[in-house]
Design a binder for this molecule. Structure first.
Ligand SMILES: Cc1ncc(COP(=O)(O)O)c(C=O)c1O
Length: 392
């Protein structure tokens, strides 16, 4: 078959490939961004399912923008969760439900980007976003990340010289680095975006998984007219429901809804109707608190194991939330390490895959997920890794 020419260099995601290998018996995977199944709110979903399935409308075609009551819930929760003193005046016509936030990203990019349009991303960056921008044939420009967010001098130079249309970012618990932007960086980036007319795409799947530290306002909350916001229920409820959402101005939502009609008409009515009672349940906040406590404990186990087994060889900052530790291993080629580790039945992701193009950048880093493996498994994985490193 002759495939579309622009797909000639469209590679499958490294992580999807390694996840396949990670399903082999005995492999401990620290590779994917998987939540722990032990924390899925099964009881709440089971309770919801009986009443949801007694209404045949739950299995009917639905509205492209999503179930009105779920959109209303998102409006309320986004408005009440604001951190800044500004009030967020969000309306239902500014919310669209998607099949995972990944789909909203794809639909939004298809709605805004023509081939060759400039898109800025942080380096390193979320692989799924790199794929979306490649598929849209955007001209991707990278800005380096510092501990408090993107390098502002570089960003201004890119904005002023390259005049990009979009800046894609993960401001809270970045994937892969776990970085959270400082308040100053948030304000400065918004000023730059306003000055140079760049729309910001804020991807926030980990925002509600904070274990410690202070929640800072989202970019969307600070400047809703400049920012499109992606939220997800994958990390807080379950990824299998495949539900996420986009918040943006009504004209953007209207165009994205047109594109969504062509893509899949609407997201699953059944899944949306199952999700809503879970979110509205009195136990939902308990569920979130339990999940965060558990993830914090797993993070501490992984961090402790890294310090114990790789003492003097590894450095990392402890993330205050999210799902990953981004660890630096001095003088280790982590692509080789990842290959050898898989032979010893540990799956990890080498840092270089999170960078644009074929590059040695990130080659001393690995991304380690701490939310899927049980604590004892996390410890065992690091012990195995330290053996592999000793033998490289
Ligand atoms: C930064 C980031 N954005 C988006 C997604 C996609 O999430 P969803 O399951 O909502 O499609 C992920 C998934 O891991 C992610 O890490």
């Amino acid at each position: 078959m002759q495939f579309a020419r622009h797909l000639n260099d469209f590679k499958p995601s490294y992580i999807r490939t390694i996840l396949q290998a990670a399903t082999e018996p005995g492999v401990i995977s620290l590779a994917g961004g998987l939540p722990s199944e032990e924390n899925f709110p099964l009881e709440l979903l089971q309770q919801a399912s009986a009443s949801v399935l007694s209404d045949p409308q739950a299995l009917q075609y639905g509205i492209t923008e999503g179930e009105p009551n779920l959109r209303e819930w998102i409006v309320n929760s986004m408005s009440t969760e604001t951190v800044s003193t500004e009030t967020l005046d969000l309306r239902r016509d500014q919310v669209l439900i998607s099949s995972g936030s990944q789909q909203a990203m794809d639909l939004l990019v298809r709605s805004l980007i023509d081939p060759g349009d400039g898109v800025v991303m942080e380096a390193p960056s979320y692989l799924g976003a790199l794929q979306v921008f490649h598929l849209a044939r955007a001209n991707v420009v990278s800005v380096e990340q510092t501990d408090s967010g993107p390098d502002l001098n570089q960003l201004e130079a890119i904005f002023s010289q390259r005049r990009p249309k979009l800046f894609y970012t993960v401001t809270d618990f970045h994937n892969p680095t776990g970085c959270c932007w400082s308040l100053q960086t948030r304000q400065n980036v918004l000023q730059l975006a306003q000055r140079y007319g760049v729309t910001i795409l804020e991807d926030a799947p980990y925002r509600n998984i904070r274990f410690s530290g202070k929640q800072l306002p989202s970019l969307f909350e600070l400047a809703p007219e400049q920012v499109c916001y992606l939220g997800s229920f994958s990390k807080t409820v379950t990824p299998g429901l495949r539900l996420g959402y986009l918040c943006a101005s009504p004209d953007i939502i209207e165009m994205v809804a047109r594109v969504k009609q062509a893509a899949d008409l609407h997201s699953s009515t059944l899944c949306q109707r199952l999700l809503l009672p879970v979110l509205k349940s009195r136990q939902y906040q308990n569920h979130l608190n339990t999940l965060k406590c558990d993830y914090r404990e797993r993070r501490d186990v992984l961090a402790g194991a890294l310090n114990h087994y790789l003492n003097g060889k590894v450095s990392f900052s402890l993330p205050e939330g999210g799902m990953f530790i981004w660890a630096r291993l001095l003088n280790v080629n982590t692509t080789v390490l990842a290959e050898n580790a898989l032979k010893k039945k540990v799956a990890i992701v080498p840092g270089s895959v999170f960078y644009e193009g074929d590059t040695s950048e990130g080659s001393e880093y690995i991304r380690l997920n701490f939310t899927h493996g049980a604590p004892a498994m996390l410890e065992q994985a690091v012990e195995r890794l330290s053996d592999v490193i000793s033998n490289i």
